[in-house]
Design a binder for this molecule. Structure first.
Ligand code: GTP
Ligand code: SPV
Ligand code: MN
Length: 621
């Protein structure tokens, strides 16, 4: 197949004798009447040529890829090198989340608060209804039942996504527990499911809307086929709608990885960490300890790499967390056997690659490539946006082979360090919450909050440089409270109050930390090696949780002295650690002024605890 034939999904190649889905044209037994009624409404609205009820089977999955290949949506990769793996290229105008086109909808503006875009629910239904009207003529409508969270977990949530995208259907099969088990979890009379309606439409940014209706447990997404805009179980359900539900029901949905740390003494500590998009969650969740630590018996395991749902366990008053997802949608560029071998293993089979470079091989098959991969640059490739790419062209024009936000989708079962409790319906106990951002200046490597409320202030005032995970200028410092700015499904002031109130439900609460892997020196070089070496910081955090490590009191919080961070085997001096932990009072003063950037938006609704914490911080300077 010629690579120039790859089309975007709104204009799939017309295929004769296409893969036959007629086996799935009627709903399976046991689907609730509420689902049937809703699907019928969507069919009436979107007017597809055919309806396919997905069952999550292997046969179906194969059919998605085969049909996708015929239509030019997927390219099969060389199956010796990449067994079960496929390639997809999205429309170049559709390569990241579009926060400016994302809305929280309801009867009044207060539901969205000052940091979300708001649309009146009636207007949103009318506006998007007109776009959805007839949008699936000539296409197939796929009904995708899925569960977020371990099957049978009291925390699990059922969603049903309707989509006209094979790419989305195939991805949902990896990212969620998709298939017949979702109908079972919902029950034959179930009405409690998230209604996710999606169409790629004509992939026109002018007609692109990601609308959330928290009061209706509904998501309508039109005009995008990419990531968080289109895989509606992820950011839309598991963060925006779930955070709204959690606020009402007394639990939390957070943009956090979940990892297990096992000491040589077999003591297990679970850590949750919130870093903004493309700031290191997947890498941290799959961390490989440096040799010294591995030899001593330290083990890191992954529960999740992007989203955590957390609740207070009534039996012991501690915070517990589950990962609602079933797969990883991870950043590809920069992934190699040094930076993240576990991610590389995860994507080595049954994965989908999106917007990396495609490399035609002599035998007519295809390989993939990306910047900073293990493999030398190919002599010739096709870039993420379909252009001829060679190392010479890259040198001359700066053309990237892979888009900086190119992604892999991989089943979590592929992860060699998957935590044994990753599917435990009760989840895992969380001993520490780590906040972090991407800050080239001023923010130290690690410090600990004095207590929960101080930690909430630290999280609320995270600053981070923007990344390629969202459309817009990269590298601007913005406030990203709890790394949730784009994902809070309701008003931020209520969200902060919810965080403060959660403390009262716990008898023993997690310790809260802040980290920054991204500080740079005057030459613009990272001062900290990061990746596996983050284990050294993690060890201090774990030891602090168990009352074993020393810390000194500083204006920002508890900080390690340089001798408290192990540097044995690192090409770094204690003086360099001291520089990483150095904070100038003038910088902190300036940072406090930047906190106002967020607080001014909250105006009269700023929780009083935030004001008190700021005053305490100032008084410590
Ligand atoms: P989302 O999936 O968008 O939520 O991103 P994420 O938070 O999972 O980020 P990820 O782990 O994919 O890392 C994003 C980028 O940060 C990649 O380019 C990594 O190479 C880089 N990165 C991750 N960890 C480190 C680190 O410890 N140090 C440095 N310097 N870079 C890192
Ligand atoms: C993020 O942007 O935080 C992601 C990728 O995890 S996406 O699914 O596109 O939102
Ligand atoms: Mn994310």
């Amino acid at each position: 197949m010629s690579t120039t034939m790859i089309t975007t999904e709104f204009q799939p190649k017309v295929v004769t004798n296409a893969v036959d889905f007629s086996f799935a044209n009627v709903p399976p037994p046991g689907v609730s009447s509420d689902v049937l009624r809703w699907v019928e409404q969507c069919v009436t609205l979107t007017k597809p040529d055919a309806v396919v009820w997905c069952d999550g089977s292997l046969r179906e999955r194969q059919a998605f890829f085969e049909l996708g290949e015929q239509q030019g949506v997927f390219v099969k990769l060389n199956q010796q090198k990449w067994p079960g793996c496929w390639y997809h290229r999205s429309n170049p105008n559709d390569v990241a989340r579009t926060e400016n086109l994302t809305f929280i909808c309801g009867p009044g503006e207060q539901v969205a608060g000052p940091t979300n875009n708001f649309m009146l629910d009636k207007e949103a239904y009318a506006k998007l209804g007109a776009l959805f009207d007839g949008c699936m003529k000539g296409r197939t409508l796929y009904v995708i039942p899925f569960v977020m969270g371990p099957l049978g977990s009291p925390l699990a949530k059922v969603g049903v996504q309707i989509t006209d995208s094979l790419y989305v259907a195939a991805n949902m099969g990896i990212m969620t527990r998709m298939g017949l088990q979702a109908w079972k979890q919902l029950g034959p009379d179930g009405a409690d499911f998230t209604r996710c309606l999606h169409s790629v439409g004509d992939v026109n940014p002018e007609r692109r809307y990601i609308c959330h209706f928290p009061f209706d447990n509904t998501i309508w997404s039109f005009g995008s086929g990419y990531g968080g805009n289109a895989l509606l179980g992820k950011k839309c359900l598991a963060l925006r709608l779930a955070s709204f539900m959690g606020r009402q029901q007394g639990w939390m949905a957070e943009h956090m990885l979940l990892m297990g740390v096992e000491s040589p003494q077999k003591e297990k500590t679970y850590i949750a960490a919130a870093f903004p998009s493309a700031c290191g969650k997947t890498n941290f969740a799959m961390l490989i300890p440096p040799k010294k630590y591995a030899d001593a018996g330290w083990k890191i395991t992954t529960v999740g790499d992007d989203i955590a749902w957390m609740y207070v366990n009534k039996d012991n008053g501690k915070l517990y967390a589950i990962n609602p997802e079933n797969g990883y949608f991870g950043v590809v560029p920069g992934t190699n056997s040094k930076s993240n071998p576990n991610a590389l293993m995860s994507m080595s089979r049954d994965a989908i690659f999106t917007n990396v470079a495609l490399v035609p091989l002599d035998d007519g098959t295809f390989d993939v490539w990306w910047e900073d991969s293990d493999w030398p640059a190919p002599k010739k490739a096709i870039s993420w946006d379909g252009r001829d790419w060679t190392p010479e062209i890259a040198e001359q024009s700066g053309l990237k082979a892979a888009h900086p936000n190119s992604r892999f989708t991989a089943p979590m079962d592929n992860n060699p360090v998957l935590d044994p409790a990753a599917k435990d319906p009760q989840g895992v106990p969380v001993s520490a919450i780590v906040f972090g951002g991407r800050r080239s200046k001023m923010i130290p490597l690690v410090y600990q909050a004095f207590n929960w409320i101080h930690g909430v202030y630290m999280g609320a005032t995270i600053g981070s440089e923007t990344t390629a995970a969202a459309i817009g200028q990269v590298g601007l410092v913005r406030r990203d409270p709890m790394a949730m700015l784009p994902f809070i499904g309701y008003s931020i002031s209520e969200y902060l109050v919810h965080w403060i109130r959660m403390r009262k439900k716990m008898t023993d609460c997690p310790r809260i930390f802040m980290v920054n892997w991204f500080r740079k020196n005057d030459q613009g070089k990272f001062m900290w090696p990061g990746f596996g070496e983050n284990m050294r910081v993690l060890k201090w955090i774990v030891d602090r949780c168990h009352g074993r490590a020393y810390a000194r009191e500083t204006p920002l919080g508890w900080m390690p002295r340089s001798q408290d961070i192990d540097i044995e085997g690192l090409n770094m001096s204690a003086a360099e650690i001291a520089m990483l932990e150095d904070v100038s009072i003038d910088d902190v003063k300036n940072e406090v002024l930047l906190h106002e950037e967020l607080f001014l938006k909250l105006a009269g609704d700023l929780p009083k605890e935030m004001i008190f914490q700021r005053e305490l911080l100032i008084s410590r300077l």
